[in-house]
Design a protein. Sequence first.
Lengths: 224, 428
Amino acid sequence: MPGLTRYGYREVIGGFFEFPTENARRILPAHIEPVELHHGTSIFAMNVFDFTESMVGPYKEAVMAVIVAPLVKPGEKLPKSAFYPYLVATTTRAAREHAIERWHLPHWMNDVEIDFEPGPERLTARVRADGSPVADMTITEHSWKPVSHLYQSFMRDSDQTYLAHITMEGKQSEHEDEKGALTLYDHPFNQALMISEVYETPFRELWMRAGMQTFEPLVELETA
Amino acid sequence: MEAAHKKEPGKASVFSDYDHSNFYYGAGEDPLNLLAPFSDWYAEALPKGYYLYSEPLQSAPDTRVLVRNRKTGEVKDLINLASYNYLGISYRQEVKDAAIEATRAYGLGASGSPILSGTFEVHNELARAVASFKKKEAAILFPTGYSANVGFISSIMRAGDHIFCDQYSHASIVDGAILAKSKTVFFRHNNPLDLERKLNGVRGKKLVVVEGVYSMDGDVCVLPEIVEVAKRHGARILIDEAHSTFLFGPNGRGVAEHFGLDDEIDFHLGTFSKSLGGQGGFVCGSQDLIDYTNAFARSRFFSCNLAPMLAAGLLAGIRIVENEPQLRARLWSNVAFLRRRFAEEGIDIGKSTSQVMPVMVNDDPKVFAIAEKIQDRGLFLQPVTYPAVPKHKSRLRVSVSAAHSEDQLETAVQVIASVLREEGICRA
């Protein structure tokens, strides 16, 4: 398919965490609707990537997002989830400039440090910005199977709302055993969140290895 | 583009890649657009396991039951581990006789709202019997357990109030909270520490809602700790004893009685559909509470009242519970027997300590095939899978009855164990 953009990765970990819908609504544009896990409870998602190959070289990336209602069209593939990334952080300037220009993703404008620490049946990502910790997330392992899953990502800049279809291929472990952990630090990076209201334990944990993330060309959306 | 929810060439199946949660949102401006993607997926899901749901029964929900297989059309005589009917009361002769007599006297239904023309003397008699059984001043009846939670919670809580629910709360509790327009906060399952964290600093009217027995896991509420936390924070407590009324406690009043906390709980709610195998719900408490509920529980007075024949049958059922405490003893003996045998066979039943026992399969793709095999070998037992329970927590939910014989339960254990071993779920 023409216009695809591919990113090879070594590891991706993601956690879904409960947080108040009122917090989600403060982050989201008015026309994007948060998915509610329970009445009054929405989903904060953190994903951390270790990219090994891309058009801007290897880099690491942390994505803070809200899970939102997908945009479904007749006959088109149904997404596994839809994200609204409200803040992305990368370890290189080139990666940041690329993602802002191509995907209109809102970024933390300095390089961040991202370290992956492997443990027994777990992987911890530690994110630091401007010399102080932002977040530590531990994701635990379940059984692995090869998958190819479609996701949607909504982006908004000052003029326009966009939609990206993203396919994640690779080996995946996914479970809801509630064994992982999240620590969010009091840091300007986390100012969009009411930290004390975000669950420290993910209700869903995702871990992907040795795969490819593929972006289809961005779609401009009409909004009222 | 080929629709992903349809089987794609070269792919064995997409059945397990999708579930109900994928079909919540649809395209375009027509609500009917939701239908086609789900229908395509369901057409594949049905023969692969979903046919095991809503299989029509051809006989009473006794310990053996005639079930028509939705895939083959064949009617099979199966050991019944799927129906509630925990005390085996719904098909007792005196219950059927009472219902038949009431049908002769009153006909098919109540033909009216309980606050208008739909209240019969038998309804009042049933309400008095429930209140007496629960040792409360008064009781009020609802047409279903669902409507009891929805109607009661929304009758006493308002916008600006706070409702604290266990994360595993039944949908009727959640829907009641939504209808109340209160701020709803979920605490971790059976976790008083998390409840305390959520209650800290909250002002105004507060209601904590728990269940006596949680229906998917069969575990019992840690009520003493929950009550202690709730009272320290000035919150009122509602206990839904759908799966525990008529079973737990020295007199069968429920989990609150079991813990000696009957008088500490502000609102007692229960159903007639589980232990009695009937239908309907109730709330017990002071006469003032019941009068207020009568005036403000919209799910009740905007519904037709319980059919008088049901009320008559339930009344007979309560008399049996009162007069035959040995039924409870028999149930708990069966529960103990089954727990012991499951443990001996290495079958995981999670944290269950009640008559609801989840046989943990923990393998979402396999659970339907396992349930199918189990039914082929003579058991009526249904799978529960995501999103009703978390991913990889799929299970078969066993309901134990006082009416089961040990032979029936032993047969069930052997069938379940043999299938789980063949599928590599439990040790050989």
